[in-house]
Structure formats: structure tokens, C-alpha cells
Design a protein around this ligand. Structure first.
Ligand SMILES: C[S@@+](CC[C@H](N)C(=O)[O-])C[C@H]1O[C@@H](n2cnc3c(N)ncnc32)[C@H](O)[C@@H]1O
Length: 518
């Protein structure tokens, strides 16, 4: 059993699958990131940019868990796996992601019927690899399969949090995507569990418990896919795939990255960056230089080391319940970034909110009986039918972006709207009841807190502080820009004209509320 839990098994398995592994690569446990890939050799790897990079691991395409390979593989399972890869009603194949997820569910489920367990696990050529998939919640038991799984227990990702823990994230940019994801998983699971039942009720060798699959298994498989799948831009249409062995590469911030992928039609390789890897080093990649704390936490389940990261990014869905929802079909995402001290944001959709009927823009909705409503937009009397998303933004930018008289006025309106939103989000983040809950924990006696303090509280509090800091920096920039714009000739002329007309001297943000555009 001890031997079974030794990750060096993985390298033996890999060689049997024609995966090429540098002789000095090992897969072993890291202090807090589950398993990781290490370079243990003493020979120097390439040090010059001009030299060919050293290939550390090369995985042939035929071994990658793509939907295509899984379907081919499933043919050998006959009546068991194949029907799970089709949508119950219409027998169409499920999506690429769904195929990978269902393969993992089937392979990792512990069947009571020995015959089925043999098919799903013992004769599964991926089982030696799949046995090392991390498990955020399984307990240690004497069962060899569980020993394999529990070897690699990691911090539970947010989809594993309890409703009470999720509620503590209200106000952060994590809360809304996490709640939406759990709703989606719940509805997907309901359908899938009934399909699973239908399939296994008919399968020869299935025992009574085999017709049930648990929500926990489903959520775990979903997390495994999210945290391990790669987009493989090799074919005409990029494919999704889990690349065994390379998928044990952990994340670090961009400045500490020492390896990268090389993707060809025949193989996916992990290659070293020149002069970055010394003996004993963990081989580390970046899961995305533009991903912020919340996004990495959502997908991978851990908090990045923000002290070292040169960039913090917050992506917040904007729910105005009005024009944005109509034109985009769903709330668009406002993106804020602080990179090496420089503050930037991307909120192009604000153009839709900064123009009013008075400026010559009208938006009307032709409600349909079914499907999303049709949106017509009229700019200076010219009607554009069925405009959507970025096209609508571009139309407004084209009409007003070069208008000397209006450009600064509209930018000031956008600044005011954004300022109002950010102040609201800051208030949400500072909700005292959540903070009090976290702070109260700190007053519990040490013995108690060591045992009972919920690590999720700390994660959420850190996330709040990071997002608050980003918003604060953006607000400072907005304040500066507001002062500049308030002095602009165009704005002063606009305000003077308003006063002459007997209208308000200031330009309150309310004048550009989405509701008034409808
Ligand atoms: C692609 S897998 C990497 C292999 C993984 N360590 C394992 O044991 O299977 C991604 C997962 O590794 C863990 N991970 C990767 N980088 C990490 C880091 N810097 N800190 C903490 N956990 C990390 C997270 O659980 C993440 O979801």
C-alpha cells in the first residue's frame, strides 16, 4: 500500500504511455500545493536564449485526454461509458468539456459490482495516473484506491465551500460567479444523475449502490477539469484536453516562472526557460498573468501570493438590470487592473450609459414571445436594428467619440458612473456583519481557534482587502481625471449652456442612469 502511494509510480506509468520524461524530473509532494514537478539533476539546463530549450516532459497527442481520444477509448467499454457520453434524450455527443468530466466521473467512481469496478478502474489504462488526482474532501481510509486519492488532499476549492462560507464572500467579485456556478452544477447534476441511473440500471454486473452518483463526486470532477484542462490551439478548432503528467505543474507569479508549454500537432511539451532552473527547483508555470486573486481562487482553489505578483486584477459583473442586460444579454464584466503600480480599467460598455435621449440616442425593445428581446438603437434619428454588445458600443463611439463638444462631457459622465459603482462595491466589501464574524473568531481562545478557525474566513478576508485596495486605487485615478475634465473647455461650455437654459449647474450622475435611456 505504501508503494501504491509513491508518486514515482506516475513516471513508470508515463513511460509505458510513451510520455518522454527528462531523467532528472521527479513528481513529489510540495509543502502546500499538492504534488508538483521537480528538477533534481545536477547538469545545467540551457542557460542561453539562443540554445534550444530543454524538454522536461513530452506527452504524445494520443495520450492527452481530449474528447476525441476519450470517445475512441470508450468504444472498448461498450455499454458502460459510451452511453454516458451522449445526451440522454437526443443521443447527441456531450460537449468536449462534458466528455472529459464524465470520463473522470466514471473512472474515479468506486463501483460496488466487482465486474464494473474492473472495467472502470482496474482495466482503465489511465488509472495509475488518475489515482493521483487531488481530492479536497475524501478522508483517509484503508481502501487502497482512497489512499491513492488522499495522498494529494488540497485546500477545498470554493465550489466545495458550505453555503455559510459562500455567503461570507458576498461583496467580493467571487460571490456572483461562484453562486452561478453552483446553480449550474446543481441543475447539470440532476440531469446527469438520472442519466447515470438509467445507464447503470441496465448494465450487467452493476449492484444496487452503483446506480447512484453523488453531487460531491460531480463537483470534484468539475474542479479537476477546470483546474487541469488546457486549450490546445493545434487543430483548426482549438481543442480542450488534460495533458497527463504535465498537469502536475503548479503555478507561480510571472517573475518566478521557469518553464513553458510548447504545443505541436504531435505532442505537448513542458520546456525549461533558459537559466531559470537549478537542481532541486520545482518546475513552475503561470496559470495566467492576467488572472486576479478571485479568478485563480475560483478556478484553482488557492490564493496567489499577491505580495510577489506584479499584477492584481478584479473582474466584476455589472448588474444594472436595464440597458446593459438588454444589449449584452447578460451583465457585462468591468475589469480593473493594478500592474506594477499602474492602474487601468476596461469598461467599454459605459458608453451605453453615458448618452441620453437628449443627446440623440434612444433604445427601444421589441419584446419577443420567445428568446432574447430585440434591441433597436437610434442615434440622431438613424435606427440600428438588433445591435448587440460591442457593436452597440462601437456605434455610439463612432457617433460621439470625435465630437469635440461632447467628448469630455461624455467621459466625465462615464467617470461619475464608475465612481458611483466603485463606491457602492467598496461599501459592499466593508459590510460589518461579515467582518465582525471574522474578527470575532480572533478572540476565541488560542486552543479553540487552532482547532476551529475556518481557513475560508482568512481567504475571504484577504480577497476583500485585495479588492478594496484595487478599487481604492481606481477611485484615486478617477478623482484626478474628474478634476481634469471639470476644467475642460467643452465641459465648462456644456455647463454654461445648461445654466443658460435654466437647468442644473452640475452634471449629476443620475442624469445618465440607464433607466432614463429606455
Ligand atoms: C494543474 S494542478 C497542479 C497539480 C496539483 N498540485 C496536483 O497535486 O495535482 C492545479 C492545482 O494545483 C494546486 N496548486 C497549483 N499551484 C498552486 C500554488 N501556487 N499554491 C497552492 N496550490 C497550487 C491547486 O490545487 C490547483 O487547483
Amino acid at each position: 500500500m505504501t508503494q501504491l502511494s509513491d508518486p514515482s509510480i506516475l513516471l513508470g506509468w508515463a513511460r509505458l504511455q510513451d510520455i518522454d520524461i527528462h531523467k532528472s524530473i521527479q513528481i513529489t509532494k510540495t509543502p502546500n500545493a499538492g504534488l508538483g514537478i521537480f528538477y533534481t539533476g545536477t547538469d545545467p539546463l540551457v542557460t542561453s536564449e539562443d540554445d534550444e530549450p530543454t524538454t522536461l516532459i513530452s506527452v504524445p497527442s494520443k495520450v492527452i485526454l481530449t474528447s476525441e481520444n476519450i470517445r475512441t477509448f470508450a468504444l472498448s467499454y461498450g455499454t458502460t461509458l459510451l452511453p454516458l457520453l451522449q445526451n440522454g434524450e437526443d443521443e447527441e455527443m456531450v460537449s468536449e468539456r462534458g466528455t472529459i468530466l464524465r470520463f473522470l466521473l466514471f473512472s474515479l467512481h468506486k463501483f460496488a459490482g466487482p465486474k464494473l469496478q474492473k472495467v472502470a478502474w482496474e482495466s482503465n489504462c489511465y488509472s495509475a495516473y488518475l489515482g493521483f488526482m487531488p481530492s479536497p474532501s475524501l478522508q483517509l481510509t484503508d481502501d487502497p484506491q482512497s489512499v491513492l486519492r488522499s495522498l494529494n488532499i488540497t485546500q477545498p476549492p470554493p465550489t466545495f465551500w458550505t453555503p455559510a462560507q459562500i455567503n461570507k464572500a458576498v461583496g467580493t467579485s467571487l460571490y456572483s460567479p461562484l453562486s452561478a456556478k453552483l446553480r449550474l452544477l446543481t441543475s447539470e447534476f440532476e440531469k446527469f444523475a438520472s442519466q447515470w441511473r438509467d445507464v447503470f440500471e441496465k448494465v450487467d454486473g452493476a449492484e444496487e449502490p452503483d446506480v447512484e452518483i453523488s453531487f460531491e463526486e460531480y463537483v470534484r470532477a468539475d474542479w479537476l477539469v477546470s483546474s487541469r484542462v488546457m486549450e490546445l490551439p493545434i487543430w483548426d478548432e482549438p481543442k480542450l484536453g488534460i495533458v497527463p503528467i504535465i498537469d502536475f505543474a503548479n503555478h507561480t507569479n510571472s517573475s518566478d516562472v521557469n518553464a513553458r508549454y510548447e504545443i505541436t500537432e504531435d505532442a505537448v511539451k513542458l520546456v525549461s526557460l533558459p537559466g531559470r532552473i537549478a537542481s532541486g527547483d520545482e518546475v513552475l508555470i503561470s496559470y495566467g498573468p492576467n488572472k486576479g486573486s478571485s479568478e485563480i481562487l475560483f478556478t484553482y482553489g488557492f490564493l496567489i501570493d499577491s505580495e510577489k505578483a506584479s499584477c492584481e486584477c478584479v473582474k466584476m459583473r455589472v448588474r444594472d438590470g436595464g440597458i446593459l442586460q438588454l444589449v449584452y444579454g447578460q451583465p457585462p464584466v468591468a475589469q480593473f487592473e493594478v500592474r506594477d503600480g499602474e492602474v487601468t480599467w476596461e469598461c467599454e460598455f459605459l458608453w451605453l450609459l453615458c448618452v441620453t435621449e437628449e443627446d440623440g440616442v434612444e433604445v427601444s425593445v421589441a419584446q419577443q414571445i420567445a428568446g432574447p428581446p430585440d434591441v433597436d438603437m437610434s442615434i440622431h434619428g438613424q435606427t440600428l436594428s438588433g445591435v448587440r454588445g460591442q457593436l452597440a458600443v462601437e456605434a455610439i463611439k463612432e457617433a460621439y467619440g470625435n465630437d469635440e463638444k461632447m467628448r469630455d462631457v461624455l467621459e466625465l459622465r462615464r467617470v461619475l458612473i464608475l465612481e458611483k459603482w466603485l463606491s457602492g462595491w467598496m461599501e459592499d466589501l466593508a459590510r460589518v456583519e461579515v467582518r465582525e464574524g471574522v474578527e470575532a473568531d480572533e478572540h476565541i481562545t488560542e486552543a479553540e481557534s487552532a482547532e476551529e478557525k475556518d481557513p475560508v474566513d482568512g481567504i475571504i478576508e484577504t480577497l476583500r482587502q485585495r479588492e478594496e485596495r484595487v478599487y481604492l486605487l481606481v477611485l484615486e485615478e478617477l478623482e484626478k481625471r474628474k478634476d481634469e475634465l471639470a476644467q475642460s473647455d467643452a465641459v465648462l461650455a456644456y455647463l454654461a449652456a445648461q445654466t443658460d437654459d435654466g437647468e442644473a449647474e452640475e452634471m449629476p450622475p443620475e442624469t445618465v442612469e440607464a433607466d432614463e435611456l429606455r
